[in-house]
Design a protein around this ligand. Structure first.
Ligand code: GLN
Length: 447
């Protein structure tokens, strides 16, 4: 623990942590030490973990990197936190992220941008940018993030670690600050596949506080990592053909594909012709859900309140106007628009239908293949400030990650070494609902 505290101190300028939990982490460490001598310690004894600052940990602040929740103290712990604590993991602090997890570069955080440790002029990715950099710079062993449309996978890809988003409904969302509830899923950022497997084993499974969690039994993922067998791997052709794809990323993915072939897996190319619908569908549905989820921040129930307001209406309006950042407001407006009478059928309902088509298409592909392959992001980490003026450029960069989110399937981002500028490159693997074992085992043998 002392080592990680030192690392955090040393890398303070990267801005990965919103808060370090010195006291509670120290208290935990002492208690765990005692359990270790008594032989009663849990399966994660002493594993030092950072949590994204949108996950509740009782009696600790949680802000979703928003002014709206600055100073808010969680009255209870998320199920994922309870499960980590029950196995004696040490929670070292809360990690910076995009405001309410809305963003792909950590630049929308009220607490400032997170810097990529590979090149400090570049973004960490987002929205779980703090989680990715904390693992990258060894400020904790592993981190929890949340992934609505790529927020675990893309920052992991930008920082050279492993970002894993399980099936929608595999892990409880209880105590996780909602962005888009039919997409949100907790995921892990780790530097080894076996850590990802072990964490999933502990985090996954039914929860009486979240009825969307599957009651399917949780396999001992970490114990089955060596049993891969030969897999049928399908490369999503259109994702590699795109002009927007950075050439070095493409080359790295092509050589990864060769490696899969050399390992005896059967690799084919398949067509996925709905690519251009992914980003519009994702942003219509998630902004709709976000506008509804964020209606609870009214200046009365939680966090920030404009005390100058003269009337109740003014209190609502001004607290929201001053408490939310620009990107969050943009999404609330977009969401309110697509849900409004007269536009609901044309946008929201249509997007729901397209989501079903996308899901069906992916399920059909996964009937004949075990794993789908695509890039994680069109480019490696971009420069801080490079895309902030243009939300559309930012949204389009989510094209490869939102696929798994729309379909609800598990997906993993794996590191492929660095490019000529020393920036991490990556590949994404996806599989059938609740087939996490395939993804983890294949990744384990691949890396
Ligand atoms: N970049 C995507 C967005 O802004 C994904 C965010 C996320 O997964 N939380 O919506």
């Amino acid at each position: 623990l002392a080592y990680y505290f030192e690392q955090i101190e040393k890398h303070q300028h990267l801005n990965a942590f919103n808060e370090v939990f010195f006291d509670s982490a120290n208290t935990q460490a002492k208690a765990i030490q005692q359990k270790l001598t008594q032989g009663t310690a849990g399966r994660l004894a002493g594993m030092v973990i950072g949590i994204k600052d949108n996950i509740c940990y009782q009696d600790h602040q949680v802000t979703a990197s928003s002014k709206m929740l600055d100073g808010f103290v969680a009255p209870y712990s998320a199920t994922v936190v309870e499960r980590l604590l029950a196995e004696d993991a040490i929670i070292i602090g809360r990690l910076n992220c995009d405001e309410f997890a809305m963003g792909g570069s950590n630049e929308t955080s009220y607490f400032g941008t997170v810097k990529n440790a590979a090149d400090e002029e570049r973004v960490a990715g987002g929205s779980s940018g703090g989680s990715a950099v904390a693992v990258q710079a060894d400020m904790c062993l592993a981190a929890l993030g949340t992934d609505t449309g790529g927020s675990v996978r893309q920052p992991a890809a930008f920082c050279g670690n492993i970002g894993f988003k399980p099936t929608y409904g595999r892990i409880s969302r209880y105590g996780v600050i909602a962005y888009a509830s039919s997409f949100d899923q907790v995921g892990t950022l780790t530097s080894s596949v076996s850590d990802a497997a072990l964490l999933l084993e502990i985090l996954a499974g039914a929860d009486e506080n979240d009825s969307t969690v599957s009651t399917l039994p949780v396999p001992p993922y970490s114990q089955n990592l060596s049993a891969t067998g030969k897999k049928k791997i399908a490369v999503l052709k259109e994702t590699l053909d795109s002009d927007a794809l950075d050439p070095e990323t493409k080359t790295a993915i092509l050589s990864a594909i060769e490696k899969f072939k050399a390992e005896g897996h059967e690799v084919t190319e398949v067509s996925f012709d709905l690519l251009e619908y992914l980003v519009p569908t994702y942003y219509i549905l998630t902004t709709a859900e976000a506008s509804s989820n964020l209606s609870r921040y009214d200046g009365v129930h939680y966090g920030y309140r404009n005390t100058q307001a003269q009337s109740l209406n003014q209190l609502y309006k001004s607290s929201r106007a001053l408490g939310f950042g620009e990107e969050v407001k943009r999404r609330i407006m977009l969401g309110a628009f697509v849900l409004s009478a007269g536009y609901y059928d044309a946008y929201y309902q249509k997007a729901q239908k397209v989501r079903r088509l996308i899901r069906e298409k992916i399920e059909a592909l996964l009937q004949n293949h075990d794993v789908l392959v695509s890039p994680v992001a069109p480019t490696p980490a971009f420069k801080i400030g490079e895309n902030v003026q243009d939300p559309l450029v930012m949204y389009m960069a989510d094209i490869y990650t939102v696929l798994a989110s729309l379909a609800g399937i598990p997906a993993i981002a794996l590191p492929l070494g660095n490019n000529s500028q020393g920036l991490p490159l990556s590949i994404q693997l996806m599989t059938k609902h609740f087939n996490e074992q395939t993804l983890l085992s294949l990744s384990h043998s691949f890396l």
